[in-house]
Ligand binder design. Sequence first.
Ligand SMILES: NC(=O)c1ccc[n+]([C@@H]2O[C@H](COP(=O)([O-])OP(=O)(O)OC[C@H]3O[C@@H](n4cnc5c(N)ncnc54)[C@H](O)[C@@H]3O)[C@@H](O)[C@H]2O)c1
Length: 333
Amino acid sequence: MTITVLGSGGWGTALALVLLENGHQVRLWSYLEEESATLRAKGENPVLPGVPLPGELELTADIACVKGCGAVVLATPSFAVRSTARQVKPLLEPGAVIVSVSKGVEKDSSLTLTEVIAQEVGGDHPIVALSGPSHAEEVGRHVPTAVVAASRDQAAAELVQDLFMNGRFRVYTTDDVVGVELGAALKNVIALCAGVCDGVGCGDNTKAALMTRGLSEIARLGEALGGRKETFAGLAGLGDLIVTCTSMHSRNRRCGIAIGKGTPPERAVKEMGMVVEGYYAAANAKALADKTGVEMPITQAACQVLYEGRDPKEAITALMARDRKHESEESWV
Ligand SMILES: NC(=O)c1ccc[n+]([C@@H]2O[C@H](COP(=O)([O-])OP(=O)(O)OC[C@H]3O[C@@H](n4cnc5c(N)ncnc54)[C@H](O)[C@@H]3O)[C@@H](O)[C@H]2O)c1
């Protein structure tokens, strides 16, 4: 199949290579002409050093490359998903499958990214979210990885499974799109918090508590919004939370470490030089929690630290001093 990957950041590039290895004809579109020129000149993406880009990978900054494609992969930062989907809509082949691989929630609307795409491209295109514990740096190095393809259209989920699956990249399917997308977006908030805990000098106990209670509040919100409990124990929930809270590949965690060490949050985000989705997703999570009445104490504390200048150590102390609870009172299992 001919497939375009929109967005030549680390993730778009790594996925384009998986598709190329699987025998597809692949076009990798860059938002900026200079980005495409750099990939061509260097023969690799600077964010994936040591991962060569084979000559068969078509590198372009011309959005018309989506013409004639049976599938289009959207791999831009979440803030650019709507504008990119709007731009490609008139160029799409009838019935072309759209694969959403970005992780986030739209800033002002708090819509999930497949909802944003559906609004822009209409109902004629099956939409699949592909998500799970998958750092581009490791996929680029052929490290065994497992993800999940989520769609209400099972045939489309299975098509995406077939397109991407190989001996090093395993793809499951599910119909719980809401659960998969919220798991992916909200774990970035907990990853920032995990970094903050590391930055202020907390230990492994703290991080394990944060991840467990963080997953609990993600799942509570996700269920209230229509996701299924078991999805949060799966690859796009627990799986992605583990990888993003423990790995130094995670820019959300690295940004959190800088904040924990005293860098003002806005500056820490700027200094990362790449999109830090968790910084924006925290505000969305809080808005959704307020709307649904779901209690999300960690997310709330994250918002105070990220946007209101609260001292991280003080926020951790306040979380530890919350009212006594039965563990299952606020649990999700
Ligand atoms: N990097 C990973 O390991 C990984 C893994 C899974 C999911 N993701 C998700 O994939 C998405 C992209 O991540 P990434 O690591 O490739 O990001 P990145 O920051 O490396 O780059 C994203 C690309 O988007 C382009 N872009 C910037 N502004 C744009 C605009 N206005 N319109 C269109 N394109 C624009 C940039 O030029 C860049 O090529 C994020 O939502 C991220 O959470 C990343």
